[in-house]
Structures are given as structure tokens and as C-alpha cells.
Design a protein around this ligand. Structure first.
Ligand SMILES: NC(=O)c1ccc[n+]([C@@H]2O[C@H](COP(=O)([O-])OP(=O)(O)OC[C@H]3O[C@@H](n4cnc5c(N)ncnc54)[C@H](O)[C@@H]3O)[C@@H](O)[C@H]2O)c1
Length: 363
């Protein structure tokens, strides 16, 4: 680990559902000091600030000009990501944003261009891929335990978030859906495991035109479905490996591994990329069963926000949860949906170098 002496001073904009997980992670770290919080609803910032010694609840404008804040963590809703990140960059702050980088490719490109011109770092979730689950799987592959990787499957199948989410409307409108909601975890993991993607072919369908809310005060109410709720496709990686992706709100359950990678001489079962750890299994042609791999890479005991820790402690390598990776992942997902609509393969214009692997490290 780096010789961190002075913590990176960060401010959070967006104090909703996910923010608490960041607070829990930062409370365990010396590398990051959370000094300020802000939200459109000021009482949410006040409530969270009470949990963090030394942190102040500020207005959004005040947080952006606060000289004590070096990096803004953007935990607003996807539709606000671009605006908030651009304002932070204009104020001279680095940015780490929740996924997706922004809601569309044009604004994502603008964020990266502005950051580049200003010499400021932009990072983006998911940072789950820096945990021991995906990093150990990557090390297994990089070390050649399964030979040359040929293919992968990535599977996320549920009956839909309206069964548990009290306000699921946005999941069923453009910008939502199984791919844009959950795809960032799976596609980012596939890029970690197999490298960048050069083309995609997608197909998509939907089983219903409306969904019935299953919990909360609106239970029984229906919401319209304006997007496809089953998205599938093939990603061609620059290496030649082919990944088959299935992201669905139109299935009851699945017994499949979240991700499997198949090499010439072995197969790897990869844990849920929405989590930081989990069991990595390997079966080789010579072996007689699936063998559990000990954690051999990644941040041990990581939680959401470890990408900011990685930014704070890395020296000599680029911070790993980068905006460049997030842009590539966003282009892959948007192109899959475009391919499904147009019925043809789409070439991916962006590319990215795989981030450096994470050595096995305690937080
Ligand atoms: N909820 C989850 O389980 C989960 C998991 C992983 C990632 N995420 C991501 O985290 C982000 C936030 O999700 P959430 O579930 O916490 O949403 P949320 O709606 O619970 O919270 C978002 C907060 O941002 C505030 N906000 C919205 N626009 C703003 C603006 N322009 N300026 C300042 N504040 C603004 C809202 O007032 C709200 O408090 C999203 O990008 C989402 O994709 C959520």
C-alpha cells in the first residue's frame, strides 16, 4: 500500500439511499476524510453529517467553492450526474461519480474532455471490481490457470425491481432497464477480466407493457413500461474472446454463475460483480472437480467508496476506477441497445487499457 500521510479531503453531493454505504467505508479508512455533504434536500445532508465527526452540511454552491474539498463524490441520480460533475470540475475539484458516468455518451465525453483540459481526475463506480472477487478471478486468468480465454457468459436475471422497490417507475423508462441498471457491474467486470470490447451485437424484448408495484404505499398500482426488459447480446473483445451477456427483468430466477470465463484448458466461475468478494472456482481439463481459489488479489473487506481510497493511496499506477473505463462501458451498453434496435453489429469507437491489477491489500 502507499505511504499515505495526508488524507484526501472529499465532499459528497447527493445524500440518498447509497450514500450511507460510502460513509460506512470511509469511517474505516485513514486515506479519505469526508469533510462536507450537500443535497438538493438539505435535511438529508444534515442527517448524514451528524454521523461523521468533523463533516459539515453545506449548500451545493458552498460545497463546490469550499477550499477544503479536493474531490467531489457525486451520488445524485443518473440524470443529474453530468451537471453536478461538470460544476465540480469547473470549481477545480476532482470527481468520483456513481454509475453511470452520465446518462448519455455525449455528456460523458464532455465530462472527460473538461477534466482532461483541467488536468483533474474523474473516477466512476463500480468499484466492486477492485474487491477480492473479480480481482482474484482476473489473477487466475492472467496467471494462465485456464489457458487462453475464449469466451465468457454474464447472467443477471430477476423478475423485476417493482416487486421490492416502492417507486420503480424509472427502471422502466429510457435510461433504466436491466442493462443500464445492472450492466455496469457485469460489463466493467468483463473488461477487467478480458479487456476492451471492439464490437457488439444485441437483441431485446419485453414481456409486458406495464408492471405492478409490489410494496410500499403504491402497492397494486401499475407503472408503464417504455423500454425492453430482456436484453441479450454478444461482446467481441479486442483479444478475440466472445462474451455472451443476458440482463433480464423477465425471468423468475437463475441458477447460472454470475459470470463464467472459459479458457482453452479450464473454466472459471466468477462471483457476483455487484459485490466486492465471493467465491472463485476453477475447473481444469486435468482436474476432477471445481476447486475454490483462495483470495489472491484485490482489496480485502472493501465497500462502496474503495475506488476513492484507491485514488488516494495509489502512486506509480493510475487510479483504477477511472472515467475512461466507465466511458467505454457506457458505450458498450448504449451500443448493445442500438444494435438491438437496428438489427446489426455496432463497432465500439472507444477503447481502454485494462486498469492495473490490485495486489492483495488490506484496506
Ligand atoms: N440505491 C442503490 O442500491 C444503488 C446501488 C448502487 C449504485 N447506485 C447509484 O447511486 C446513485 C444514487 O442512487 P440512490 O439510490 O442513492 O438515489 P436516491 O434517489 O436515493 O438519492 C439521490 C440523492 O441525490 C439528490 N439529488 C438529485 N439531484 C441532485 C442534484 N442535482 N444536486 C444535488 N443533489 C441531488 C436527491 O435529493 C437524493 O437525495 C445513482 O447513480 C445510482 O445508480 C445506487
Amino acid at each position: 500500500m502507499g505511504e499515505q500521510v495526508t488524507p484526501l479531503r472529499v465532499g459528497i453531493i447527493g445524500c440518498g439511499t447509497i450514500a450511507g454505504q460510502y460513509l460506512d467505508t470511509f469511517a474505516r479508512l485513514d486515506s479519505v476524510a469526508l469533510v462536507a455533504l450537500a443535497d438538493l434536500a438539505p435535511e438529508r445532508a444534515v442527517a448524514l453529517a451528524e454521523r461523521v465527526p468533523g463533516a459539515r452540511a453545506l449548500s451545493i454552491d458552498d460545497l463546490l467553492v469550499d477550499p477544503d474539498v479536493q474531490l467531489v463524490i457525486n451520488l445524485t441520480i443518473p440524470a443529474a450526474h453530468a451537471e453536478v460533475s461538470l460544476r465540480a470540475l469547473a470549481a477545480g475539484k476532482e470527481v468520483y461519480t456513481e454509475k453511470p458516468l452520465t446518462a448519455d455518451l455525449d455528456s460523458a465525453a464532455e465530462v472527460l474532455a473538461v477534466a482532461d483540459a483541467a488536468g483533474l481526475w474523474v473516477g466512476c463506480a463500480p468499484d466492486t471490481v477492485l474487491g477480492t472477487g473479480i480481482q482474484t478471478a482476473r489473477k487466475v486468468i492472467d496467471d494462465g490457470l485456464v489457458g487462453r480465454p475464449i469466451s465468457a457468459t454474464a447472467t443477471m436475471m430477476t423478475p423485476g425491481h417493482e416487486r421490492w422497490h416502492p417507486n420503480p417507475d424509472f427502471y422502466y423508462q429510457p435510461g433504466g432497464g436491466p442493462l443500464l441498471d445492472m450492466g455496469p457491474y457485469y460489463v466493467t467486470a468483463l473488461v477487467q477480466l478480458l479487456g476492451p470490447v471492439v464490437s457488439v451485437t444485441g437483441a431485446a424484448s419485453r414481456i409486458r407493457e406495464e408492471r405492478t408495484i409490489g410494496s410500499g404505499p403504491r402497492a397494486g398500482e401499475t407503472v408503464p413500461v417504455g423500454i425492453d426488459t430482456h436484453v441479450t447480446g454478444v461482446l467481441t473483445h479486442a483479444s478475440g474472446a466472445l462474451s455472451t451477456l443476458v440482463m433480464s427483468f423477465d425471468a423468475v430466477a437463475t441458477h447460472s454463475a454470475s459470470i463464467e470465463v472459459h479458457g482453452e484448458t479450464g473454466s472459471v466461475s466468477v462471483p457476483d460483480p455487484n459485490l466486492f468478494d465471493g467465491e472463485v472456482l476453477v475447473r481444469t481439463l486435468q482436474g476432477d472437480g471445481w476447486a475454490t481459489q483462495p483470495a489472491s488479489a484485490g482489496y480485502v473487506g472493501a465497500g462502496r467508496g474503495v475506488g476513492v481510497h484507491d485514488r488516494a493511496v495509489t502512486s506509480g499506477v493510475a487510479p483504477r476506477a477511472s472515467g475512461a473505463v466507465a466511458f467505454h462501458v457506457l458505450e458498450v451498453m448504449q451500443s448493445l441497445l442500438r444494435s438491438a434496435g437496428e438489427g446489426r453489429a455496432i463497432a465500439i469507437e472507444s477503447t481502454v487499457v485494462r486498469p492495473d491489477p490490485v495486489p492483495l491489500s488490506e484496506l
